[in-house]
Design a protein around this ligand. Structure first.
Ligand code: PMP
Length: 490
């Protein structure tokens, strides 16, 4: 499978690929040549357990999905101006998974395209322009979305916040503005929602009107944040009262990852229904297909602008065949039920580690969307950023792929392909236990060379790790901050 040596691949990449396209583990990148289920194999055929790839939702290279793509590709692929059954069937199946009145689809090729189109729909419907977004949010790489992604625009060189963008505090009950130490969960939902209400009022006082409120239904880049109960219900009410539209970004968390429901916004209650929902990543299991699902009213407002929407590849017969196959597999293999079962099991055994390892401040998650918040001190909740980077690096040496996120890059995130098994969960936790024990035994101070025991990370490897980690402050507050071990923002 490998057509050139790893060194040659690195050399060619350096020469021809833009430097902003960062690699995971940039000082010792992994060359993956094939993948199957929850495993990715490098050029030496060494299997890595993939705990982070929520795109390969039903498992890497799932045969049903591959076959659907191959078969359709050998018959026809063309644009959506011709009638095709795959397109309408995909729209019918997808919308059947949403509560009424979300019944109209637009097919696109990526989460970014979906969110950009969602903004256009919201602006056409509300006739307003401004957007409320959550702190630390990431919604995509196109200009309109970098503008509403504090995760990006707050980085040094990120351009800063535009006037039409209003940033609401991330409703993170563990390390946000309001915390579970001072308030009950219901109160947290109300308090964070009230902040949005105040933002709307302030914008109006300044002569600005809100077109949309956008948030992930569980915030991923923000650090695997679970929205407190009542939050979306209240926020959606305030936003609608102000004539705005509510957008749920389910690009990361949709398609049953939370187990109990198809969509994570449903965790907030049956009566919580966005006006627009965007989906992507898992939808094609690695093939680029994404969608915007909205109400007939919002879709009609967009049509009323008189501007045709055409997308060369969006909704092509191959993409729709693949998306249909992904839905088949989720249903046939009971992957939602599995997400709940394995997710609960994994969180349970992770919580058992908390007695032994005070560095674990919080374990949170729903289904197979789990975060491990690492702290230097449980009381202050000071983020253990460098430690998180060390752990990721050690886990990689043990052939387990993890990554860290959140504003301090101290939250280990687990969002594996949904075929992740109980055995995989046991292995991750046992290895994590070993790594944490090893850190404790060596009295690890990962900023010094005396910190790791023989056979783990060498001093020079660690220096590279630190160089990788400490680059720029994402929020532009300090000169130095710790980035994700891979340096890549999703
Ligand atoms: N929304 C969220 C929540 C995301 O995490 C991402 C990508 N990481 C996007 C949108 C953009 O998706 P894409 O990279 O497919 O354009």
């Amino acid at each position: 499978m490998e057509s050139m040596t790893k060194d040659d691949t690195v050399r060619l990449r350096k020469r021809h690929i833009g430097a902003s396209c960062k690699l995971f583990f940039k000082h010792d990148p992994i060359k993956i040549v094939r993948a199957e289920g929850q495993y990715m194999y490098d050029e030496k055929d060494r299997p890595y357990l993939d705990c982070i790839n929520n795109v390969a939702h039903v498992g890497h290279c799932h045969p049903t999905v591959v076959q659907a793509g191959v078969e359709q590709m050998s018959v026809l692929n063309t644009n959506s101006r011709f009638l095709h059954d795959n397109l309408v069937m995909c729209a019918k199946r997808l919308t059947s998974l949403f509560p009424s009145p979300l019944s109209v689809c637009f097919f696109v090729n990526s989460g970014s395209e979906a969110n950009d189109l969602a903004l256009r729909l919201a602006r056409a419907h509300s006739k307003h322009h401004d957007v409320i977004t959550l702190d630390h949010a990431y919604h995509g790489h196109v200009t309109s979305l970098i503008e509403i992604s504090p995760y990006k625009f707050n980085q040094i060189g990120g351009g800063g916040k535009a006037d039409h963008v209003h940033v609401a505090p991330c409703p993170d009950s563990y390390r946000g503005k309001y915390r579970d130490t001072d308030h009950g969960l219901d109160e947290l939902g109300r308090k964070y929602a009230e902040d949005v209400k105040h933002i709307i009022a302030k914008a109006r006082d300044g002569g600005r009107n809100i077109a949309a409120f956008i948030s992930e239904s569980l915030q991923s880049c923000g650090g695997q944040v679970i929205l407190p109960p009542g939050y979306l219900k209240n926020v959606y009410r305030y936003v609608r009262e102000a004539g705005g539209v509510c957008i749920a970004d389910e690009v990361q968390v949709g398609f049953g990852r939370v187990g109990k429901h198809w969509w994570a916004f449903q965790l907030q209650g049956e009566d919580v229904i966005p006006d627009i929902c965007t989906v992507g990543k898992p939808m094609g299991n690695g093939h680029p297909v994404a969608a915007v699902i909205t109400t007939p009213e919002v879709a009609q407002s967009f049509a009323n602008t008189g501007v045709e929407y055409f997308n060369t590849y969006g909704g092509n017969p191959v993409s729709c065949a693949i998306a249909n196959a992904v839905l088949d597999v989720i249903e046939k293999d009971n992957l939602r039920e599995k997400a709940t079962r394995i997710g609960n099991y994994l969180m349970n055994i992770l919580r058992q580690l908390m007695d032994k390892h005070p560095i674990i401040g919080d374990i949170r998650g729903i289904g197979l969307f789990i975060g491990i918040d690492l702290v230097k001190d449980r009381e202050s909740r000071e983020p253990a950023t460098a430690e998180a980077q060390h752990i990721i690096s050690r886990m990689k040496q043990e052939f387990i792929l993890l990554s860290a996120d959140g504003p301090h890059r101290n939250i280990l995130k687990i969002k594996p392909p949904m075929v992740f098994s109980q055995k995989d969960a046991d292995r991750v936790v046992a290895t994590l236990d070993e790594v944490l024990t090893e850190m404790k035994q060596s009295g690890i101070d990962i900023m010094s060379d005396s910190s790791t025991k023989e056979g783990s990370v060498s001093p020079s490897e660690r220096r590279k790790l630190i160089e990788d980690s400490i680059e720029s402050e994402p929020h532009g507050k300090k000169q130095k901050i710790i980035k994700d071990s891979d340096g890549i923002k999703i």
